[in-house]
Design a protein around this ligand. Structure first.
Ligand SMILES: NC(=O)c1ccc[n+]([C@@H]2O[C@H](COP(=O)([O-])OP(=O)(O)OC[C@H]3O[C@@H](n4cnc5c(N)ncnc54)[C@H](OP(=O)(O)O)[C@@H]3O)[C@@H](O)[C@H]2O)c1
Length: 250
């Protein structure tokens, strides 16, 4: 099995790699941003540098992934809460549009496999989205929420296009998520106190993938099928417009 896992330097991505490395039948294609942060065993893994906020990096990554031919599974795991380096457009591109672009460009490679599975790591944060503001008025948190909702919808879209796809809210985990955010210490403390171990979450995701134990198109929260978000017309258009503003145009 060839599996792509994005954002493998830390947290859930790293735990997923450790989990899949125990499976001799799996080749892992992992993406990272900074070589200094990589601390993984070299076993059965191909590592590619990709900053998902860069169109150029995403396009280069696609060329490299295509060379593997058949891709059985992709776990879109990377995400950021942003910092001062990100404007809303760049952050939405990183958290959503880069993923949509990657998957649609390697669609045929995924379709070649029997499993043809795309897992989008979402969040409970996808709720209560306000649609009044223009994209440039949105905070990083608003953008994060919107991107996680878009990922849930994207899984549904992919399932209608003939792939298998689910979105998963892994629940709060003891990771360094938000480490570049100005409130990083409080986020870290909060996750440290109430978060689950990413290793346990990775094991559950591994079992879902290996046993094909999922219902196509669904949104899972804490590993149970959750009510699919209902969207009014205004919110649907808002998401569509945001994607159009931020996506790669060619
Ligand atoms: N932790 C939680 O409580 C929680 C709750 C709900 C959902 N989630 C979701 O779970 C997923 C994994 O997060 P985590 O908790 O494991 O946090 P994490 O340790 O911060 O992992 C995030 C990964 O994304 C990568 N990333 C960030 N910005 C990137 C960029 N511009 N280009 C490429 N890669 C980039 C990070 O790479 P660097 O190391 O280079 O920054 C890291 O490998 C995310 O999708 C997150 O939204 C987490």
């Amino acid at each position: 099995m060839n599996i792509v896992i994005t954002g493998v330097t830390s947290g859930l991505g790293k735990a997923l790699v450790n989990q899949f490395q125990k499976d001799i039948k799996t080749n892992i294609i992992g993406t990272y941003r900074s070589k200094q942060k990589l601390s993984l065993s070299k076993k059965k893994i191909f590592l590619f540098k990709c900053d998902f906020s860069s169109e150029k990096d995403v396009k280069n990554l696609i060329k490299k992934i295509k060379k593997f031919g058949k891709i059985d599974c992709v776990i879109n795991n990377h995400a950021s809460l942003g910092n001062l380096d990100y404007n809303p457009k760049k952050l939405f591109f990183l958290n959503y549009c880069s993923i949509e672009y990657l998957i649609l460009k390697i669609f045929k490679n995924i379709k070649k496999s029997k499993k043809k599975l795309v897992i989008n790591i979402s969040s409970h944060a996808h709720k209560n989205i306000a649609v009044e503001k223009k994209i440039y008025e949105l905070s990083n948190w608003d953008i994060y929420k919107l991107s996680k909702l878009s990922l849930i919808l994207f899984s549904k879209k992919l399932s209608n296009l003939g792939l298998n796809s689910i979105s998963i809210n892994p629940g709060r985990m003891k990771t360094n998520f938000g480490s570049s955010h100005y409130l990083s210490f409080f986020i870290w403390l909060y996750l440290f106190v109430i978060g689950k171990n990413p290793e346990n979450i990775a094991e559950k995701i591994y079992k879902i993938i290996k046993n094909n134990n999922f219902k196509n198109g669904c949104y899972y929260s804490n590993f149970k099928i959750n009510k699919f978000p209902t969207l009014n017309k205004k919110l649907k258009n808002y998401i569509k417009n945001t994607i159009n503003i931020c996506k790669i145009k060619n």
